[in-house]
Design a protein. Structure first.
Length: 78
């Protein structure tokens, strides 16, 4: 019998990223547009997606605002 493996996605939609963070999609977009959300999205095939790894690192860094997050990433070469 084969074992079923769960694959974690690398990129998330705004709705799934918001769910991961425990906030509403509207609040997620508000944070993104105000610069409170550090990670920037990427476009892939017309979709706007966020890196799950970067979101996790951002939370581990205590959720700094985008300007500070960019400095942290630059300093750590992430």
């Amino acid at each position: 019998m084969s074992e079923i493996q769960t694959i974690e996605p690398l990129l998330l939609s705004a709705a799934k990223a918001a769910h991961l963070l425990g906030i509403s999609r509207a609040h997620f977009y508000s944070m993104h547009s105000s610069g409170t959300l550090g990670p920037q999205p990427m476009r892939l095939g017309g979709r706007v997606l966020w890196s799950i790894d970067e979101l996790k690192r951002w939370v581990d860094a205590d959720c700094p605002q985008r300007q500070k997050w960019v400095q942290i990433r630059r300093t750590n070469n992430v």
